[in-house]
Ligand binder design. Structure first.
Ligand SMILES: [Zn+2]
Length: 468
């Protein structure tokens, strides 16, 4: 039976190539683009096995139903469709590998929303950690695709669930199926004793591995112990995508092979590097979840710089659709990689880095201040990335603690200080990094920082350059 199936798949595989060759000028279609050909050596005995090995690094004899490699779920129909449509030709013996097209498309999904409602306690913290690992890498390399932990009852791209319907694996994670969307499910095996004993850090690493699969990353220690097509021919022992969880978590989450693979699958977007200009001209700034500093200019450009420079890769963003960008009081970034903007009309929007209004649920709503404050009293707002509490600073030297739509939900009237030589009204924006440090940026291109939200014992101010 196996041979018959193989032959029928093989003949189907050649069909599209013949059709393209015979009908190159179909009037209803754009002229065909010749895709790169995947070479299959004539001497290879089992074409299908060779194909699986070279595109996904999987051993075709180990495919069990829709489970293709340990914890990777990919329907057999997707595999056979992939094989049937993949452009390949027989050729001389070749060691060339092929890039699997099963991955997310940044045209279809940019902010990958992960449903948070099934998560609590250690698993919630682990999911935050896993997303942090990925975002810090993806954002710093200029990828358009990033992750967000999503708490709203609106559609998400990925659900993390818990199940005990199988044994032997730690999880079953869906691979992308070729429609440009990520794999949509990570099902953690609750009956696996090893998983139950993981520390939060191990859980985060484990979930980061599963996020690799939903992006279409194969196992790095698959057949031939290589990431196929990525030039890592020998065992990449510190790879996140090893099929077995390491006993010790590597100090670097992404190995050289992981980075080469991700760069190939999700090429960096070439963003022009420019300066966002002087702090006094900007609408807001804060640390992103990768600890780069995002500088938002009223001209619609956002630059990812550092604490010490407003120069860096630059792209565009939009404010709430009915308002102009000069209506923004300030912006902040949450631990979930969510971007909030507060407006002078008393409203707050939430979205992502490029679109402050992109969340489909509860994306624009009013916010309240302490009873004795107006929007004109605000000098800065930031989100504590440990618990997502919102800290709002006012011109009279007080700050409040609350949530996005109630800035004084917990406290107000708390006192803060500024370094010698600064006035409260000199503050341009307030930010916070993932290590819990609070930053005050000033209109004269300086910044000070403190471990305390009251800004006691502040370091600096130091200069913020507008140059590279
Ligand atoms: Zn895996």
């Amino acid at each position: 039976m196996k041979q018959i199936n193989l032959r029928s798949i093989l003949s189907a595989a050649f069909l599209p190539i013949v059709m393209v060759a015979c009908n190159p000028g179909h009037p209803d279609k754009e002229p065909p683009v010749t895709p790169p050909k995947f070479e299959i050596p004539k001497t290879h005995g089992d074409t299908l096995a060779y194909f699986y090995k070279k595109t996904l690094g999987i051993d075709s004899t180990q495919i069990k139903g829709d489970i293709i490699d340990g914890d990777i779920f990919l329907p057999k129909t997707t595999l056979s469709n992939l094989f049937a449509s993949f452009p390949f030709e027989e050729s001389k013996d070749s060691t060339k590998h092929a890039l699997s097209p099963l991955k997310a498309s940044s045209n279809i999904v940019r902010t990958i929303k992960i449903k948070a409602s099934n998560l609590s306690g250690e698993w919630l913290n682990a999911a935050r950690g896993a997303i942090g690992y990925w975002n810090s890498f993806l954002i710093s390399k200029g990828s358009l695709v990033t992750f967000m932990l999503y708490t709203d009852p609106a559609p998400t791209e990925v659900e993390i669930a818990f199940d005990c319907n199988y044994t032997g694996t730690t999880a079953i994670t869906n691979f992308p199926t070729g429609d440009g969307r990520v794999g949509n499910s990570i099902s953690i095996n609750t009956c696996n004793a090893t998983i139950a004993a993981y520390t939060t850090k191990q859980k985060a690493y484990f979930l980061a591995h599963q996020l690799g699969h939903i992006l279409g990353m194969p196992h790095s220690d698959g057949l031939g112990k290589t990431y196929y097509d990525y030039g890592y021919a020998t065992g990449d022992v510190n790879s996140l995508m090893q099929s077995k969880m390491p006993s010790t978590i590597p100090s670097q989450v992404f190995s050289a092979g992981d980075i080469a693979t991700i760069n190939k699958m999700y090429p960096r977007v070439d963003m022009t590097e420019v300066s966002a200009g002087n702090l006094s001209e900007l609408v807001g700034m804060d640390f992103g979840s990768d600890d780069g500093v995002l500088y938002y200019h009223p001209n619609g450009k956002v630059t990812r710089g550092t604490l010490a420079t407003t120069y860096g890769p630059t792209t565009t963003y939009v404010a709430y659709s009915k308002l102009t960008r000069d209506q923004i009081i300030t912006i902040t970034v949450s631990s979930h990689n969510r971007y909030y903007a507060w407006y002078k009309n008393g409203m707050v929007s939430n979205g992502d880095r490029y679109d402050f209004n992109s969340n489909p649920f509860d994306d624009y709503r009013p916010f309240t201040l302490p009873y004795n404050k107006t929007v004109n009293d605000i000098v800065g707002i930031t989100c504590n990335k440990a618990n997502d509490d919102i800290y709002t600073y006012y011109k009279d030297g007080t700050y409040s603690v609350g949530r996005t739509s109630n800035l004084a939900q917990y406290y107000y009237g708390l006192a803060y200080t500024v370094p010698v030589g600064k006035q409260y009204s000199d503050i341009k924006a307030v930010g916070s990094s993932t290590d819990g440090t609070y930053y005050f940026w000033y209109n004269d291109n300086t910044v000070s920082y403190s471990a305390s939200p009251s800004h006691s014992n502040a370091q600096g101010p130091i200069k913020v350059s507008t140059q590279k």
